[in-house]
Structures are given as C-alpha cells and as structure tokens.
Write a protein that binds this ligand. Sequence first.
Ligand code: PDD
Length: 277
Amino acid sequence: PIVYLNGTLTPLSEAKIPVLDRGFIFGDGIYEVIPIYGRKLFRAEQHMARLFRSLAAIGITNPHTRAEWMALIEQVVREHPADDQMVYLHITRGVAKRAHAFPKESTPTVFIMTNPIVLPSAAARQSGVQCVSMEDKRWLHCEIKSISLLGNVLAAQNAAEHDAVESIQFRDGFLTEGSSSNVWIVKDGQLFGPPKDNLILEGIRYGLIEELCAACGITFSACRITHAEVFDADEVLLTSATKEVLPVSSIDGKPVGKGVPGPIYDKLYAAYQEAKA
Ligand code: PDD
C-alpha cells in the first residue's frame, strides 16, 4: 500500500520517521479515522472540523488548508484498489531535541494511510456483541483525539482478555464511552448518550446519531447515565467509524434487555446505511 508522509507518496514499507519525532517520544500528536464508501469520504466536513479542533487543542499550527487536506486524502484513497476504505491521519508536533515543552520551531509530521474498511460481521449484527465494564482510568481530556492512547489500549486489552468487543467505561459511576467507540442506551423507546464534555471523544457518529434520531422520530437526550441505568437498559449500542452502529448483547455476561438486538438498533442501523449510500 501507498502512504503519504511529509509531502511524498511512498510504499508503507519505505515510510520512515526519525526516532526523535515527538509522536514517538511523547505521544505528542492527534489523529483521525475517516470511513470511505464508494471512494467518497463519509461526513468529510465533520471529520475535517474535528481534525482542525484537535490540532488547535494541542497548539499545532495547521499545516494545510481544508482543500489541501482533502486533496492529500483523495490522493491516497485513489492509490488503493478498494472502494470502501478507512483513512488514518496522524499529525505530530514533529522532530525536536527531547524536552517536554513545545520546541520553539518544529514542522508537524503528517502521515496518511488507508486500508480496506473492516466492518462488523453479519453474525455480530444479528446476535449483538459482548462487552465488559471497567473504571475509566484515562486522563481528563478525552475530547481530544490524541495519539496518546495508552488508557484506550489497556481498556481494549481488558476487553480482548474477556472475549469482549469493547470495554464500556465508567467514571465515578457514570457512563463515559468504549475503548474506541461511543456508547448509547435505550430505555422505553428513547435514546440516551453521555454529555459531550471532556470525558468522552465526541465521535463523528455522535452528531449523526442525533440527526438520525430526529429523522426517525426517536427522542434523544444527552445526560449523565449511571452504572445501574446501563445494566437496566433495553438496548445498548456502540458507534464508531468502523463499527457504524453495533448492538451490545451482554455486559459482564449479563444480557442487555432480551439479549438480542432491539428495534431502536434496527431503525438506526437502517438509517445509517441509508445515510452512507
Ligand atoms: N475511534 N470514542 C473513542 C475513544 C474513539 O476512539 C472513537 C473512534 C470514538 C467514535 O468516534 P467516531 O464516530 O468519530 O469514529 C469514540 C477510532 C475509530 C479509532 O481509534 O480507530
């Protein structure tokens, strides 16, 4: 596969970065994951806006205009044979002598790669997926799409060790999010999600779910959701660029609702497929 690194297209195997890159040394950077369907970026506007917010949040001067970013991404997408892809963008503060504070001068490292998008299997959609719960031990800037992902890595590993697809995290007894997804609950036909604050990454699917709910006549509220409310929910759903909308069948071995995907999932999944078509 062909990737983009700092101004050039190159085979992935030949893409190299210096060991003093602050992404490598400090995890000092941000990223984006954008789904591509039929060679077109899905929710491009929103992903670009979040990319720009992430850069601003950590004080990296945006090296490109929106049009330049789109052209770079489209170049990488064009090189790949698959029609449906997931593009990964990674921007670090660049290379500098190792010192924690920002260097006076540095050029951001820009890396773009794409892979075929791997969506959940038909079996996972039909039966729902298993999850486990855990305390959210991450930092207090989860709203930044930071490449410093150790907390998320440990949460994902916790899930893997329990044969689960995601760890559903709670901070001080309230639902935050999955290791790499947003989490939603359904009660009495209404959808609820955690507030868009510093404790979760506002997924691009967050806004989309709000729109789809409005279009489908599903009432949506953002509010603090307790541990008990999650375990008492009729349905629990995950969303992310690669999971789209995915139903949860059990948490910690306890069935969610009837233990099978419910009607709100069905509606939102169908609406999602329509939106991306
Ligand atoms: N992760 N929360 C976290 C912690 C995430 O890592 C992600 C996405 C989301 C959902 O965001 P979106 O709807 O924009 O995909 C929420 C991506 C897919 C990843 O890290 O690979």
